[in-house]
Ligand binder design. Structure first.
Ligand code: FES
Length: 154
């Protein structure tokens, strides 16, 4: 997104919330929904427009896992690393995903297709290892299944 476009989006969101600094989390949430992540310029613009110190905006943006200061992939992959999934081989599945995508956990592929993260138990332990891609739950994952599953996403 272009800088000008980004600035406009931030302006629209701020207007929607009537520049109410007490709802900073909601504001950042809406801005991220528009821009996919929270670039530095957005945080600066928000800080300036709301008259809130930049350090405060940064601390909110980095406190919540839902916010990202880096561009994110179109598909978020979450590998469950809870105990049940771990004993069923989640580590090997995660390694295979890292290998296939050429990234480490916490990173995004350069084509912005995938972001890889881990999550702690999604309540489907009997079907572990669980891998969640976007809204899709993939149970009983194996390293061999990783390639074919990833191919379904574009
Ligand atoms: S430990 Fe993975 S779903 Fe519960």
């Amino acid at each position: 997104m272009e800088a000008k476009e980004l600035k406009e989006k931030v302006g629209q969101v701020l207007q929607k919330y009537q520049h109410d600094k007490s709802v900073l989390v909601d504001i950042l949430h809406d801005i991220q929904a528009e821009s996919g992540y929270l670039p530095r310029e957005v945080l600066e613009e928000t800080s300036h427009a709301l008259d809130v110190p930049l350090s405060r905006v940064y601390s909110v943006a980095t406190f919540f896992k839902a916010f990202s200061l880096e561009p994110r992939g179109r598909h978020l992959i979450n590998v469950c690393t809870g105990t049940a999934c771990h004993v069923r081989g989640a580590a090997k599945v995660r390694e295979k995903i890292e290998q296939e995508l050429g990234i480490k956990t916490g990173e995004t592929t350069s084509d912005l297709k995938f972001t890889l993260e881990t999550v702690n138990c999604v309540g489907a332990c009997a079907l572990g290892p669980m891998v969640i891609i976007g809204e899709d739950y993939h149970g009983e994952m194996t390293p061999d299944a990783v390639g074919p599953v990833l191919e379904n996403y574009n």
